[in-house]
Design a protein. Structure first.
Length: 255
């Protein structure tokens, strides 16, 4: 299927139901799937190859599509997209949620003791903050490569907040009561995220877009359907195709 919704749909022969949402490579020719291991599917020829076996928590393409970072019980690893050159970057099973910097030189990830940045070559490892964040809340690099957004906070608190931190800087809370994986606009000026009240109310949950400088609300919309006993079932990953800029007014139709 083409990006505009045209063309035939292709069914991939996935071994089991994917653990996380499949992701398309930057060149649009391959799909990364976490299902009974880690797989890359070739959309042109229909072939597939396994990059890793065993339990995989999540995975992410490098910006150039040449490498994949993935989390497993053995830690965080990087492997070439053709399955060669596998290198383990960390050895702790709680590490995950890898996010590549735009230049592909660094990887931000969530751990049980906070948020970290490590060189893609594994040589430099820097603690960003002890504010805990599960892999479902980021981290996510800004397009400028200088800032990282994540959802986290005190693990004893009833709700989490949206933060921005610069490498080597101090985390800055942007918005209270956030959830899901935050999503940057292409120019890095805005952030979208799921929001809900401290005392959970499905009717009040929604998608919010804020100014990345000061957290000023720009736009909000009703969120996905939510069960009474839990958080929204839809992932904020669905916002990656959401237009954050204000849409142009529709032209009037002729009667």
């Amino acid at each position: 299927m083409e990006s505009d919704g045209g063309g035939p749909a292709r069914v991939l022969g996935i071994p089991t139901a994917p653990r996380v949402l499949p992701t398309i490579s930057p060149d649009g020719r391959h799909v990364l799937v976490v299902s009974d291991g880690l797989w890359v599917f070739d959309l042109d020829g229909g072939t597939r190859r396994r990059l890793a076996r065993g339990e995989i928590y999540d995975a992410a393409w490098s910006p150039d599509g040449e490498r994949v970072a993935y989390a497993s019980p053995g830690g965080l690893s990087v492997v070439a997209a053709d399955g060669t050159g596998r290198l383990r970057r960390t050895r702790r099973g709680g590490d995950g949620g890898a996010s590549w910097s735009p230049d592909g030189q660094r990887i931000a990830y969530a751990a049980e003791d906070g948020l970290w940045v490590i060189g893609s070559d594994g040589r430099v490892r820097t603690l960003l903050t002890h504010l805990l964040s599960g892999a479902s809340g980021g981290p996510v690099w800004a397009p400028d490569g200088n800032r990282i957004a994540f959802v986290g906070g005190d693990p004893e608190a009833e709700a989490e907040d949206l933060y921005i931190v610069e490498v080597g800087g101090v985390p800055r809370r942007l918005v209270r009561n956030a959830s899901g994986v935050p999503n940057w606009s292409p120019d890095g000026a805005q952030l979208a995220f799921l929001s809900f009240p401290p005392i959970f109310d499905a009717s009040a949950a929604g998608i919010v877009v804020v100014d990345a400088r000061d957290g000023r609300p720009i736009r909000s919309s009703p969120g996905p359907q939510t069960p009474r006993s839990g958080r929204p079932t839809a992932s904020i990953c669905s916002l990656r195709t959401h237009r954050l800029s204000t849409p142009a007014p529709k032209s009037s139709r002729r009667s």
